[in-house]
Design a protein around this ligand. Structure first.
Ligand SMILES: [Cu+2]
Length: 187
């Protein structure tokens, strides 16, 4: 009786260790996700952006938008350097997030480029909504100098105009019409 009982305990321990190992393994490969609330120039809510990173240990994020109340057409969008959205001009968000000291734009004639915080233009439909999904290969939701949470966080900015993808410092993208703070602070 005692023998069997002892064996049972050992098996339980082995299964427990296996469970802990597998749980940690699954956690390590789990994707990262962060929700950003965006506001317009009057401080009104204009929607959300979901940032996801498929693999915790590899840079590269996806930005999925659910926006409304914007002017139809193409709009520039970037990650800016400070997690501070003060309407109406959102100048508080600072310049583009640029930890590598690069020039702006994928089509810049000058090396190195682009800014880590550069993103593709997004399309707003005729009804003022956007469900655009764009990707960025440089940024991470984890740690390090390319983390959107580094130095107290960053922000997601949407502009009135289109990014020409080559003009320093910001692609002639015009006024800032939307802003969402990206930081680890939860209220
Ligand atoms: Cu911008």
């Amino acid at each position: 009786m005692l023998k069997f009982s002892g064996l049972g305990d050992e098996l339980s321990l082995i299964f427990l260790l296996l469970f802990v190992f597998c749980a940690n393994f699954a956690f390590a490969d789990d994707q990262l996700r962060y929700l950003v609330d965006l506001q317009g120039v009057h401080g009104q809510r204009i929607g959300t952006a979901t940032l996801t990173q498929a693999v915790r240990t590899q840079p590269g994020i996806q930005v999925s938008l659910k926006l409304s109340g914007l002017n139809p057409g193409l709009h520039a969008m970037h990650i800016h350097e400070f997690a501070k959205c003060a309407p109406p001009d959102f100048v508080s968000a600072g310049a583009h997030f640029n930890p590598s000291g690069a020039h702006h734009g994928q089509s810049s004639p000058v090396q190195p480029h682009p800014h880590a915080g550069d993103l593709p233009n997004i399309e707003v439909l005729g009804d003022g909504t956007s469900h655009a999904v764009v990707t960025n290969p440089y940024l991470t939701l984890s740690d390090g100098p390319f983390s959107v949470f580094s130095n107290g966080g960053t922000s997601l900015i949407i502009h009135a105009g289109v990014d020409d993808m080559e003009t320093d410092p910001a692609g002639n993208a015009g006024a800032r019409i939307g802003c969402g703070e990206i930081n680890r602070v939860t209220l």
